[in-house]
Design a protein around this ligand. Structure first.
Ligand SMILES: Cc1cc2nc3c(=O)[nH]c(=O)nc-3n(C[C@H](O)[C@H](O)[C@H](O)COP(=O)(O)OP(=O)(O)OC[C@H]3O[C@@H](n4cnc5c(N)ncnc54)[C@H](O)[C@@H]3O)c2cc1C
Length: 404
């Protein structure tokens, strides 16, 4: 079966679903193919940044967003060697979105998909895995091949957008390889039961032995321990008791919770990557989100960057698609890279610096307990000066993308 559309999007993650919605509300016919049957997988980040919330306001989705349980965090705290540090404070941002929110990504995607379905030109196919690209006689990408439960499908499109994440099938099919910026850490990803006495919201726990991030989710703490890259096997060999002890030593407040870890099978390895394509576009195809630039979990900005790529892509592609000419659409697609590459590269540079210094997987002694006089002075005098700048960079990124 062959289906004809204007835009075919591979991947129903934040980049793909948002782009599908934005194009459909402009009347563009769009097919989004997502290989999984649903959006609910817990290895995805849950952070929704102020820039994304501003966008949802502009799209009239505030009520739908507020109807989903979520946890606003006006401040992000880190406990460094037992000392609580207010690392990022979003309350200096303009109203109304002066906080970061934790919302299960599956719920956010479902909400965006629902908003998309309100437009007749939005076609989301779940359980549809892209397996390769089609090309026209002149070599231009003309759509994709996909596998669904009902068999093979061909999607013919004016432009194909790869939003299929950091292991992008479309990127492989195009023979494109991103430039890798080595990250020294991986993440061991597991759940801890919620403490009976609620903990103050804490995103990171840093000691000289390890760094642990904890995202409060309903009934449990989604936790990620940064470990040196390639060391997951050793961790596994050391066994569950050693793993639990390691957490308990660094975060005594979570010692009891570690009993909730019953087997090492509950601990998953997530590989951390930072990479970027030199070129995000070829005739007939555009790559956005992690498919163009994998983001590390540092500052939890990957979703926001994927969404901002989608906004830029929609704004540039819509007028080009109306012109109908492939060459005009290709030029618009190249414009997406020109617009988004620099802010992405700047954030990736910051992430790399963080991985080189703090998030190495080895832990780091950045603060004494109790803090020395100099450390106290830095926290009292310098941190308040930096906080509003950091809040802007993390909350909005380096370039804001207006809606089409
Ligand atoms: C351990 C870890 C924790 C992270 N935590 C956070 C966080 O808290 N906050 C944050 O903002 N970012 C976080 N990130 C980064 C974030 O996950 C990504 O930057 C973001 O999800 C990119 O969105 P995307 O839409 O480009 O790709 P993805 O979210 O990867 O979505 C791609 C989609 O394409 C689908 N797909 C893949 N192949 C195919 C195919 N062949 N056919 C059809 N569909 C396909 C996938 O199923 C997926 O749904 C984290 C990353 C890691 C590694």
């Amino acid at each position: 079966m062959t289906v004809r559309t204007e835009v075919c999007i591979a991947g129903g993650g934040p980049a793909g679903v948002m782009l599908g919605l934005l194009l459909a509300r402009e009347g563009v016919d769009v097919v989004v193919l997502e290989k999984h049957a649903d959006f609910f997988r817990d290895f995805r980040g849950d952070t929704v940044h102020p820039a994304t919330m501003n966008l949802l306001d502009d799209l009239g989705l505030r009520d739908a967003f507020d109807a989903i349980p979520h946890k606003p965090l006006p401040r992000l705290d880190a406990v460094v060697n037992g000392v609580r540090v207010h690392a990022i404070d979003f309350t200096s941002l303009p109203k109304p979105n002066r906080f970061l929110t934790l919302m299960p990504q599956g719920d956010l995607l479902e909400m965006l998909a629902e908003a998309g379905r309100a437009h007749p030109s939005f076609h989301l196919h779940m359980g549809a895995a892209v397996t390769g690209v089609r090309r026209s006689e002149d070599g231009r990408v003309s759509g994709v091949h996909a596998r669904t439960a009902d068999g093979e499908v061909e999607i013919e499109a004016t432009i194909t957008v790869a939003a299929d994440g950091r292991a992008s099938t479309v990127r492989d099919a195009l023979g494109m390889r991103p430039r890798e910026y080595g990250v020294p850490a991986d993440v061991a990803w597991f759940r801890l039961p919620e403490p009976e006495t609620p903990l103050p919201d804490t995103l990171a726990w840093i000691t000289d032995e390890m760094m642990l991030v904890t995202f409060p989710r309903p009934g449990y703490l989604q936790s990620g321990m940064l470990i040196p890259k390639g060391s997951f096997g050793t961790l596994r060999e050391e066994g569950l008791t050693a793993f639990r002890d390691r957490i308990a030593r660094s975060v005594p407040r979570l010692a009891e919770q570690t009993a909730g870890l019953e087997s090492f099978d509950d601990v998953k390895l997530l590989s951390v990557q930072i990479n970027r394509l030199d070129r995000w576009q070829v005739p007939g195809a555009l790559l956005i989100g992690d498919a163009a630039h994998a983001m590390s979990p540092a500052f939890g900005v990957g979703i926001n960057y994927a969404v901002q790529d989608a906004v830029a892509a929609a704004r540039l592609l819509v007028p080009a698609l109306r012109s109908g000419a492939g060459i005009v659409v290709d030029r618009a697609a190249a414009g997406v890279q020109r617009r988004r590459e620099r802010p992405t590269a700047m954030m990736q540079r910051i992430q790399r610096a963080v991985h080189a210094r703090i998030a190495t997987g080895h832990g780091l002694k950045v603060l004494d307990n109790p803090p020395t006089r100099t450390q106290r002075a830095v926290m009292r005098l310098a941190l308040p000066l930096f906080r509003p700048v950091v809040a802007r960079v993390v909350g909005y990124g380096f370039r804001r993308e207006p809606l089409p």
